[in-house]
Write a protein that binds this ligand. Structure first.
Ligand SMILES: NC(=O)C1=CN([C@@H]2O[C@H](COP(=O)(O)OP(=O)(O)OC[C@H]3O[C@@H](n4cnc5c(N)ncnc54)[C@H](OP(=O)(O)O)[C@@H]3O)[C@@H](O)[C@H]2O)[C@@H](O)CC1
Ligand SMILES: Nc1ncnc2c1ncn2[C@@H]1O[C@H](COP(=O)(O)OP(=O)(O)OP(=O)(O)O)[C@@H](O)[C@H]1O
Ligand SMILES: [Mg+2]
Length: 419
C-alpha cells in the first residue's frame, strides 16, 4: 500500500503545480477535477480497461457493399494426433464472431477429424510429425510445408499459432519457418498453447515484432517469465511483471490469462509520444474523464512531473479485464480467446486484431491506444468472459467450451448490436 503522507505530499505538489498556472475559470475547474482525480487515483489505482467501448470501436458494421473476406481471413496453425479440439475451437470462434474465412493448417491425422466437426472450416492437412518422416526426407518435407502455407500467407489477416500443435521437434521446426515468413510479410501472429512452448525456447521468433501477441495461461506464463526475466512469477506486482516481460521481449503484446486478464504491449510513460502522454495525464487528472489535447496544452500539463506520478506506481499502461466470467475451468476456453484474438483464448484475438488494424488504416478509430494488438486483446478478453458468464448461467457445472462458443454471438450482439 502507498504511504499516506507521501501520497498527500505528492498530491499537494501536483495541485500547487496546477495552481501556479491556473488563473482562468476553466483552469480552476480543471484544478478541482485534478484534485478529485488524484484522490481517486492514488487511493485505488485502476487498470481496468473500458473493454466494451474498445469492442464497439473496433467491430466493423455489416455493410452491404462489403465482399467476402473483408471482415477477416484467419488461419490457425495447430492440430495433431492428440489434439483436434483446440484448433477447432479457435477457428470456429473466429467465424462465430464475424470473420469471413477460417483456415486450419494441421497434421494429416488431425485433418479429417477437424473437418468432421464442421464443414465451415477450410482444413489443410500439411503438417508432419517426426514419426511419419524419414530422416533423408526432412529437408524436402520442410520446404514443402512452407510452400503450402506460403501460397496463402499474403491473404491472411492473422495467424494463430499453437492451439493443439503438440511438441514434436520436426513439426515445431517447420512452424518456426512459417512464423519467420509471416513476420517478413507483416502478418500479425497470435501465439498460444504449444506455440508458446516453441517461442519460449526461441524468443527471437517474436522479439521486436509489434504484431505478435502472446496469450499465456498460468503454466505458459511461468515458463516465459523464468526464461525471459530469469525469475519467478510475482503475483504481488503482477502488472509490473507483465509490462517488464512485454518490454524485454521487445514490444510484443502479452495477454496473461487468469482471474483478471492482464494486457500490456510494454509501453511505458517514458516511451509514449507527448500527445499520448498528455491524453493519459489528462484522463488521470480528471478522474477518468476525457480532456481534449487543446485544453491540456493550455494548462501546460505536458510539464507535470511524470516521475512523481510514476513513483506512486501508476501502471495505467497495463490494462486489465476483470468482467465476470465463469468459475468453470474446462479446457478449450483459452483456444476460443486466441481465435478471437484467437478467442482471447486464441481465436478471437486474431479477428479483433485484424479488425482494429483495418480501422486504424481507415483512420476510423477513436481510442487512446493505436496498437491493434492491444485493442484486439482487450476486446477478445471481454467477449470471452461475457460469453463464459452467459454459458455458465445456463449450464452451471456442465458448462463446456462448446456452450461458450454458442454464446459468443449473443454476447457480441448485447455490446454491439447489428442495427
Ligand atoms: N480439446 C483439446 O484439444 C484441447 C487441447 N489443448 C491443447 O493442449 C496443449 C497443451 O495445453 P495446456 O493448456 O494443457 O498446456 P499447459 O497448461 O502448459 O500444460 C498443462 C500440463 O501438461 C504438461 N504438458 C503439456 N504438453 C505436454 C507434452 N507434450 N509433454 C509433456 N507434458 C506436457 C505441462 O507440463 P510442462 O510443460 O509444464 O512441463 C503441464 O504440466 C496445447 O496445444 C493446447 O492448445 C488445450 O487447449 C485444451 C483443449
Ligand atoms: N480464475 C479465473 N476466473 C475467471 N476467468 C478466468 C480464470 N482463469 C482464466 N479465466 C478466463 O478463461 C479463459 C481461458 O483461460 P485459461 O487460463 O483457462 O486458458 P488456457 O489454459 O490456455 O485454456 P485452454 O484449455 O484452451 O488451453 C480466459 O479468457 C481467461 O480470462
Ligand atoms: Mg491454452
Amino acid at each position: 500500500m502507498l504511504g499516506s503522507s507521501g501520497v498527500l505530499r505528492r498530491q499537494q505538489f501536483l495541485i500547487r503545480s496546477l495552481g501556479v498556472r491556473g488563473c482562468s475559470d476553466r483552469n480552476t475547474i480543471t484544478n478541482q477535477k485534478a484534485m478529485q482525480g488524484i484522490m481517486k487515483f492514488t487511493s485505488r489505482p485502476s487498470l481496468e480497461a473500458d473493454a466494451e467501448s474498445v469492442l464497439r470501436a473496433i467491430t466493423p458494421t455489416l455493410d452491404p457493399n462489403r465482399y467476402k473476406g473483408q471482415a477477416g481471413k484467419i488461419a490457425v496453425i495447430g492440430g495433431c494426433r492428440e489434439y483436434t479440439g483446440a484448433p477447432y475451437f479457435s477457428a470456429i470462434s473466429a467465424l462465430k464472431i464475424g470473420a469471413d474465412l477460417s483456415h486450419v493448417f494441421c497434421t494429416k491425422d488431425a485433418a479429417s477429424v477437424i473437418k468432421s466437426y464442421s464443414p465451415e472450416l477450410i482444413v489443410h492437412p500439411i503438417l508432419e510429425e517426426s514419426y511419419s518422416v524419414r530422416d533423408e526426407d526432412r529437408s524436402f518435407i520442410s520446404e514443402k510445408v512452407l510452400a503450402e502455407v506460403d501460397k496463402w500467407m499474403e491473404r491472411f489477416d492473422c495467424l494463430v499459432v499453437g492451439p493443439g500443435l503438440g511438441r514434436d521437434p520436426f513439426l515445431l521446426d517447420c512452424v518456426s519457418n512459417i512464423m519467420k515468413h509471416a513476420r517478413r510479410s507483416n502478418v500479425p501472429i497470435v501465439i498460444d498453447g504449444d506455440g508458446l512452448f516453441l517461442v519460449t525456447n526461441c524468443i527471437d521468433l517474436v522479439s521486436g515484432y509489434p504484431l505478435a501477441v502472446l496469450t499465456p495461461n498460468i503454466n505458459e506464463y511461468k515458463r516465459l517469465v523464468q526464461k525471459v526475466l530469469s525469475c519467478e512469477v510475482n503475483d504481488e506486482d503482477a502488472p509490473e511483471q507483465v509490462l517488464s516481460l512485454a518490454k524485454r521481449i521487445g514490444g510484443v503484446t502479452i495477454l496473461r490469462k487468469g482471474r483478471s486478464d492482464l494486457i500490456s504491449d510494454g509501453e511505458t510513460v517514458g516511451n509514449t509520444s507527448k500527445h499520448r502522454r498528455n491524453c493519459w495525464y489528462g484522463c488521470l487528472l480528471a478522474g477518468g474523464d476525457d480532456i481534449s489535447c487543446d485544453t491540456l496544452d493550455d494548462c501546460e500539463l505536458g510539464s507535470l512531473p511524470y516521475q512523481q506520478l510514476l513513483s506512486i506506481r501508476c501502471m495505467k499502461l497495463v490494462n486489465s479485464v476483470s468482467i465476470y466470467g465463469s468459475p468453470r475451468r474446462c479446457g478449450g476456453q483459452g483456444d476460443i480467446l486466441s481465435g478471437r484474438q484467437v478467442l482471447i483464448s486464441e481465436f478471437d484475438v486474431g479477428v479483433f486484431l485484424s479488425w482494429a488494424r483495418q480501422k486504424i488504416k481507415d483512420g476510423d478509430l477513436s481510442t487512446s491506444s493505436r496498437n491493434p494488438a492491444l485493442l484486439g486483446c482487450i476486446a477478445a478478453s471481454a467477449l470471452m468472459r461475457k460469453a463464459a458468464s452467459l454459458a455458465f448461467e445456463n449450464k452451471k457445472r456442465s458448462t463446456l467450451t462448446t456452450d461458450i462458443i454458442e454464446c459468443l454471438g449473443r454476447s457480441l450482439e448485447d455490446i454491439c448490436p447489428v442495427g
